[in-house]
Unconditional design. Structure first.
Lengths: 414, 427
C-alpha cells in the first residue's frame, strides 16, 4: 500500500490570487444620490421623469412616516414648456415617538416634447414652511414671485428659460397682487394712490442682473363713481395698455378694467380662498378655495362654483391645492410598518369647462406598480395641468437609505 | 495595456446579473466529483496545488449608472494530497476555494475614512476543507463547506447595482429586506463508485426559513435556523469505461436542481419562497475515439427548450514526457433572446512523471500550464455565463492537471484508459 502524504499548505496562494489587479478601476464618486434615480429611471412609465435632483433629506434609521404635504405651482411658458415648483414637507416619527419634519423645495421644467429637466435651486437656507408661490412665466424666463428664500424672506427665484439653475432675485419691491403683462414681457403690480380712491398699475421686467426694474410709467386708475377698490386680490394687463384688477370686500368681488366704466360684481361663497389667477386658456378668473370657482369676468360675468366630483368608496376627501387641482387617495395600511400606508390609487380632478372632471390616476410613476413598490414608496403629492395635458407629481422615497435620497417624479396622467 | 482597454466592446457588469450567475456557477460539489474521478484514474491522490484564474475585462455599472473599467475574475484553488490507493485503501484530504470577484485597485488600500467611501470590488466564494478515503474502488469524502455568497459580499446593493449596500428602512417589502442572504454552511458528503462512475453528493446543514419579527410597530424579516437537514442532493453518472460501443465515446448525463437567487425575486412582492429550477444535460466526450464532443443542455423553466448545443474537438500530442493538449468548441446559446454564437479554445502543456505510483494506472503530470480564450461562453465551471464576455484564462498546476477543472471542459483521456484496459487484460 502506498502512503505518500504530500500535502503542503500554500496558504499565501489563496490570498495572492484573490487580490491581483490587472486594470485599474477609475475613481468613483461615492456620493450615491443617483442610486434610486438610476434604478427608477428604467421603470418609469413613458413620459415620466425626474423634476429635480435628489432631495437632501437625511432621515435617521427607524424614523418613518407618510405624513406628506406639498404644493405644486407651475406656469406654461411662451414656448410651450412648463415650469414647475414644488414645496413640501415630510414628517417622520422616531422610535421614541418624537416627530421630525423635513422641508423640501424642488424645481424643474417639462419641455415642449414632454421631457422633464431638473433645475438646481441655489438658495442657501433651509425652508421651514410649505409655500405655494405665484409662478409667472415671461418670454425670457419664469419668476417665482412670492418670497421663498433669503434670510429676510424677500428672495424669489428667477429662472432664465432653459437654464440649469435658478437665481435668487430680490422681490421686496413687489407688494400686493401681481399678474402678467399682456405681452408677457414682465409683470404688473398695483398700488394705492396717487390720489384718493385711486390705484396705479406698474409694469416690471427682469433685467440681466437679474433684478426687477420698473418698465414704463405708472398707469393710474380711478374706479367708476360709486365703486370702491378695497383689497386688491388680483391684477394683470388684459391687452397692451389695458389693465384689470379684482377687489374683494366681505366676500364680494369686483372686477375692474381700465378701459371700462363699470365693474363686474360677484359673491364668492367661500371663506378659504387661497389663490386668484387668470386661466390662460379661457381668460376667466380662477379662484381657488375649498373648491375652484370660475368667474367669466370678460363675458357673462357669472361665477360658477362647481361641486367637487363624488368620490368612489374608500377614497379620502378631496384635497384642493392652490393651483386648482383636487386629489384624493385610496390606500391600505402597510402591514410591515404602522406609520406607513400603501397608496392603491388616486383620483385627480380639474375644472374643465363648467365643472370638475375627476379621473383615476396611477399610484406610482412606474409602468408596473410592483416595480415601483420594490424600489420605494410613492405618493402623489400634487397634480397640475398645462393645456390638455395633465401631470402628476410623485414623491418617491427609496427603501434603501443612508446613501439614497427621496426623489420628485413628474409623470403624465391619463 | 490593460485588459480593460484591450476589448473593443466593453462587457457591462450589472450587479444583480453577476450575482445571479455567480451563485449558479460556484459549486464545490462538482469539484469533488472531479477529484474522485482523478483519484480513480490515477489510483491515488497525488499532492497537488492548482490555481485557475479567468478574467473578463469590462465595466462595472455602479448604482448611479457610472461605469468603472475593471475586470471580473473567477479564481479557483485546489490544494491537497493523500496516501494509499483506491482499491486497497486510500486516505486523502485537501482544501478548495472557488470565487468570483471584481478586481481593481482604487479603494483597496489603507482602510482610511476617505478610502472607505470608495468602491471596493467584492467577491462571493465557497471554501471547503475535506477528508476522504477509498476502499475497493468506492470513494467517500466529508467536508465542511463555507459560503460567502450574499449579495453584499459582491458589493451589490438591494437594487442590484454595484455600490454600497446601505440598510433597508422599515416597511420595505419582505423580499427586499431579505435580499442580502447568505446560504448556510454545509457538511458535504460525497460517494463515488469507481466501477460505474456513479456520484452522489449530499449537503447537510441548517434549514433556514424566513421569519418575521415585530418591534416598535414594524415587521422585520430575516432568515433563521429552523432545523438541521439535507439541503441538496446531486447525482451524476459518467462511466469512465466503454459499456457502450466505443464510437459513442463517453456519454454523460446530469440533472441539476437548484434554487434561483432570492434577490431575483425582489420585485415580486407576493412571492414568499425562492423558486427552484432544473437543468438537464446530456452529451458525450471522445466520440468516435477521435476527441469529438457533443452536448445539449435543456432547462425545465424554459419548457425544456435547448439552451446550449455544443460541438467540440480536442487533440493531444506527446513527445516523451512533454504533452500538449489543444481543444476548441463552438456553441449556439439561447439565453431567452434567440440563439447566439459562442466559441472557446485552449492550449495546455504538461510535463509528465516518469511512471505512475500505482501500478497499471495512468501516469500523471508533474506540472501543467494552460491558457484559454472564450467568447460568449455559457460556461459556469471556470467562469460565469456572462453574455458577450471576452474571457482570458490561465491555469497553473503542480500535480495531475486532471484534478483541476479544465479551462475549457474538453477531455481526451480515452487512449491512455484503453491502454490501461488492454494492459489489465494482458495480465
Amino acid at each position: 500500500m502506498h502512503f505518500a502524504l504530500r500535502l503542503s499548505l500554500v496558504a499565501g496562494l489563496l490570498a495572492a490570487t484573490a487580490t491581483g489587479a490587472c486594470a485599474s478601476l477609475e475613481s468613483y464618486d461615492p456620493n450615491q444620490e443617483g442610486a434610486a434615480a438610476y434604478t427608477l429611471s428604467s421603470a418609469l412609465r413613458p413620459g415620466a421623469g425626474f423634476l429635480c435632483s435628489d432631495l437632501e433629506l437625511h432621515f435617521v434609521y427607524y424614523g418613518f412616516g407618510d405624513d406628506l404635504h406639498a404644493e405644486v405651482s407651475s406656469d406654461r411658458q411662451t414656448d410651450g414648456s412648463l415650469f414647475v415648483f414644488v414645496s413640501g414637507s415630510h414628517t417622520i416619527k422616531l422610535a421614541t415617538k418624537e416627530e421630525k419634519t423635513a422641508y423640501f423645495r424642488c424645481a424643474g421644467w417639462v419641455d415642449a416634447a414632454g421631457r422633464s429637466h431638473g433645475i438646481e435651486l441655489t438658495a442657501e437656507y433651509n425652508p421651514t414652511v410649505v409655500v405655494a408661490p405665484r409662478v409667472l412665466s415671461f418670454v425670457n424666463g419664469t419668476l417665482v414671485a412670492d418670497p421663498v428664500g433669503g434670510a429676510d424672506g424677500t428672495k424669489g427665484y428667477w429662472w432664465p428659460a432653459g437654464a440649469p439653475a435658478v437665481n435668487e432675485i430680490d422681490i421686496s419691491s413687489l407688494q400686493g397682487s401681481v399678474g402678467l403683462r399682456a405681452d408677457r414681457s414682465g409683470l404688473v403690480t398695483v398700488a394705492y394712490g396717487p390720489g384718493d380712491s385711486q390705484v396705479s398699475f406698474r409694469s416690471w421686467r427682469v433685467d440681466a442682473t437679474p433684478a426687477l426694474v420698473v418698465d414704463g410709467a405708472d398707469v393710474p386708475f380711478t374706479p367708476p363713481e360709486g365703486s370702491i377698490i378695497a383689497t386688491v386680490r388680483f391684477a394683470d394687463e388684459v391687452v397692451p395698455g389695458v389693465f384689470a384688477l379684482v377687489s374683494e370686500s366681505a366676500g364680494t368681488l369686483q372686477y375692474f378694467r381700465t378701459d371700462r366704466s363699470n365693474a363686474v360684481s360677484a359673491v364668492v361663497p367661500d371663506t378659504g380662498i387661497m389663490r386668484y389667477s387668470r386661466n390662460p386658456d379661457t381668460g376667466h378668473v380662477q379662484i381657488v378655495g375649498t373648491t375652484v370657482h370660475d368667474w367669466d369676468v370678460d363675458g357673462t360675468g357669472t361665477l360658477v362654483s362647481p361641486p367637487l366630483p363624488p368620490l368612489s368608496e374608500g377614497y379620502v376627501p378631496w384635497t384642493v391645492s392652490a393651483n386648482g387641482a383636487a386629489v384624493s387617495e385610496l390606500s391600505q395600511p402597510n402591514n410591515l410598518a404602522e406609520n406607513l400606508r400603501i397608496p392603491l390609487s388616486y383620483q385627480v380632478a380639474f375644472v374643465e369647462n363648467d365643472g370638475f372632471v375627476g379621473r383615476e390616476a396611477p399610484s406610482t410613476p412606474c409602468a408596473n406598480r410592483n416595480t415601483c413598490r420594490a424600489i420605494g414608496e410613492h405618493y402623489l403629492i400634487g397634480a397640475l395641468r398645462s393645456g390638455p395635458q395633465r401631470y402628476g407629481v410623485y414623491y418617491s422615497w427609496p427603501w434603501l437609505q443612508e446613501f439614497v435620497r427621496p426623489l420628485i417624479v413628474i409623470a403624465p396622467l391619463p | 495595456m490593460s485588459l480593460a482597454s484591450a476589448a473593443q466592446a466593453q462587457t457591462a457588469f450589472h450587479g444583480q446579473e453577476i450575482f445571479d450567475l455567480s451563485r449558479r456557477s460556484i459549486d464545490l460539489a462538482e469539484s469533488q466529483l472531479r477529484l474522485h474521478q482523478a483519484n480513480e484514474r490515477f489510483g491515488t491522490m497525488y499532492s497537488h496545488v492548482a490555481i485557475t484564474s479567468r478574467w473578463a475585462p469590462g465595466e462595472f455599472v455602479m448604482s448611479d449608472g457610472t461605469r468603472l473599467g475593471g475586470n471580473l475574475a473567477r479564481n479557483q484553488i485546489l490544494l491537497g494530497g493523500g496516501g494509499g490507493d483506491t482499491e486497497e485503501g486510500l486516505f486523502f484530504l485537501g482544501l478548495q476555494l472557488d470565487q468570483v470577484a471584481g478586481v481593481g485597485s482604487p479603494g483597496q488600500g489603507e482602510d482610511t475614512a476617505e478610502n472607505s467611501k470608495l468602491f471596493r470590488p467584492g467577491g462571493v466564494s465557497q471554501f471547503m476543507s475535506y477528508l476522504g478515503g477509498s476502499f475497493h474502488g468506492v470513494q467517500a469524502s466529508a467536508g465542511m463547506l463555507r459560503n460567502e455568497m450574499s449579495i453584499s459580499d459582491l458589493e451589490v446593493n438591494g437594487y442590484g447595482t454595484f455600490g454600497r449596500a446601505g440598510s433597508v428602512r422599515p416597511g420595505a417589502p419582505a423580499d427586499l429586506q431579505t435580499a442580502d442572504y447568505n446560504p448556510p454552511d454545509s457538511l458535504l458528503f460525497t460517494l463515488y463508485d469507481n466501477h460505474t462512475g456513479a456520484f452522489l453528493s449530499l449537503a447537510y446543514g441548517s434549514q433556514e426559513e424566513r421569519t418575521a419579527t415585530e418591534w416598535m410597530g414594524q415587521t422585520s424579516y430575516r432568515f433563521e435556523h429552523k432545523s438541521m437537514g439535507i439541503q441538496n442532493v446531486r447525482f451524476n453518472l459518467q462511466p469512465l469505461q466503454y459499456y457502450l460501443p466505443e464510437w459513442l465515446g463517453l456519454p454523460f448525463a446530469s440533472i441539476a436542481r437548484y434554487d434561483r437567487p432570492l434577490a431575483e425575486m425582489a420585485s415580486q412582492m407576493d412571492t414568499d419562497a425562492a423558486k427552484r429550477t432544473t437543468d438537464i444535460q446530456i452529451g458525450a466526450d471522445d466520440v468516435l475515439e477521435a476527441g469529438l464532443r457533443w452536448r445539449v443542455l435543456l432547462n425545465k423553466a424554459d419548457d425544456f427548450r435547448v439552451r446550449v448545443a455544443e460541438l467540440g474537438y480536442v487533440e493531444e500530442f506527446r513527445a516523451k514526457r512533454f504533452g500538449v493538449l489543444f481543444g476548441a468548441r463552438a456553441m449556439t446559446v439561447n439565453r431567452g433572446t434567440g440563439y447566439e454564437p459562442s466559441a472557446e479554445a485552449f492550449l495546455k502543456g504538461s510535463f509528465m512523471r516518469a511512471s505512475a505510483e500505482v501500478d497499471r494506472r495512468a501516469v500523471p503530470s508533474w506540472f501543467g500550464a494552460a491558457v484559454s480564450y472564450s467568447y460568449n461562453a455559457p460556461e459556469s465551471q471556470t467562469f460565469i455565463a456572462l453574455p458577450k464576455a471576452h474571457v482570458i484564462g490561465l491555469q497553473l498546476v503542480y500535480g495531475p492537471t486532471e484534478l483541476a477543472r479544465p479551462l475549457v471542459p474538453l477531455v481526451r483521456a480515452v487512449e491512455s484508459r484503453k491502454a490501461r484496459n488492454r494492459s489489465s487484460e494482458d495480465d
